[in-house]
Ligand binder design. Structure first.
Ligand code: ACO
Length: 286
């Protein structure tokens, strides 16, 4: 007979692991035996890890992926829902804050972020999925808003993520039917940038990270924040915001950076902006 699930004895600090290699922080949801579902412990630990990595000089790009066969099977139905609810409203609210706060932090992260979706991706996992600037899935990954299958609505931002990333009819079908999409379908429907055979996924993500690493860090941050901000602005407000954001960028060393890039194009003729990034190693102090 099947044994009822028990709380996970894995220590909090082991629910997330990371390694840093060549400027890329590879961060893993690390509860593979629980399909990397998000417990309060994991949410707290992920908050700490994001905090540790955000301003490190040896990290230019953060990749969020999962240990084992899953990216993340959404919220932990035992530890995040049942146990918090049994403790009372205060515990439920605390658990929500712990989860939502790291997803929000990811949405506005200083460094470029890439979701590498290696397997299951359900419900609450759409929060961090949307938090990542770019996302690449393996063809055999499975994406689902399974909430409707257990009689709740896609909360924790998941409905918003579907409506943001997918055309209306597709978002509605996805949320109402509770059917899964493969990585390939997720790419067609706009949940991820691309889908690749599982054995090519890391290679492609590394390639993308390597391109991002060559960009000016401040310009990259301003760009990704701009694309997120302007979604909810009128055209006029967006134009104005972008002027201000560029002016702020100038104060972050933007003048010198641009002077050097322009010089490499117009005077030295060593690079063409239309064909790749300027050589930032030539910048003083870099
Ligand atoms: N919450 C709690 N425990 C989970 C979750 C979850 N979301 N997902 C997996 N687990 C646990 C299982 O209970 C099991 O624990 P046990 O070994 O202590 O019994 C263990 O992880 C392995 O899971 P299996 O179901 O045995 O793994 P399998 O590979 O057969 O299936 C699958 C994987 C399809 C992901 C399945 O586990 C599943 O349906 N999980 C729930 C997915 C889901 O709907 N998540 C909630 C989305 S809604 C939201 O996030 C608000």
């Amino acid at each position: 007979m099947a044994m009822p699930s028990k709380p996970d004895p894995r220590p909090e600090e082991e629910t997330v692991r990371y390694e840093i290699k060549d400027g890329v922080a590879w961060v893993y949801f690390n509860r593979p035996d629980k399909r990397n579902c998000m417990s309060p412990k994991l949410n707290r630990q992920m908050g700490r890890v994001l905090d540790e990595l955000e301003f490190r000089d040896d990290v230019q790009v953060l990749v969020l992926t999962g240990e084992g066969p899953s990216w993340s099977a959404g919220m932990d139905l035992l530890e995040y829902f049942r146990m918090s609810e049994q403790e009372g409203l205060h515990a439920t609210r605390r658990s929500q804050r712990e989860a939502y706060s790291w997803w929000e932090r990811l949405r506005w992260y200083e460094k470029a972020t890439i979701g590498m979706i290696n397997g299951w991706c359900f419900g609450g996992a759409y929060g961090p999925l949307f938090g990542c600037d770019l996302a690449f899935a393996s063809d055999d990954a499975q994406f689902g808003l399974s909430e409707i299958n257990w009689a709740i609505l896609p909360g924790g931002g998941a409905s918003k993520v579907a409506a943001e990333l997918m055309p209306f009819r597709k978002a509605m079908y996805h949320a109402m039917m509770g059917e899964n999409l493969t990585g390939k379908q997720a790419a067609e429907w706009g949940l991820v940038n691309e889908s690749l055979p599982a054995d090519k996924l890391k290679e492609r993500v590394t390639e993308v990270a390597n391109v991002l690493k060559k960009k000016d860090t401040h310009a990259l941050r301003a760009t990704k924040w701009a694309v997120r901000r302007v979604r909810e602005m009128t055209y006029e407000n967006a134009e104005d915001y972008l002027i201000r954001a560029q002016e702020a960028l100038n104060d972050f060393g933007g003048w010198e950076t641009r002077r050097e890039a322009t010089k490499q194009f117009l005077d030295d003729k060593t690079f063409k902006p239309g064909l790749g990034a300027f050589d930032k190693s030539k910048l003083q102090g870099d």
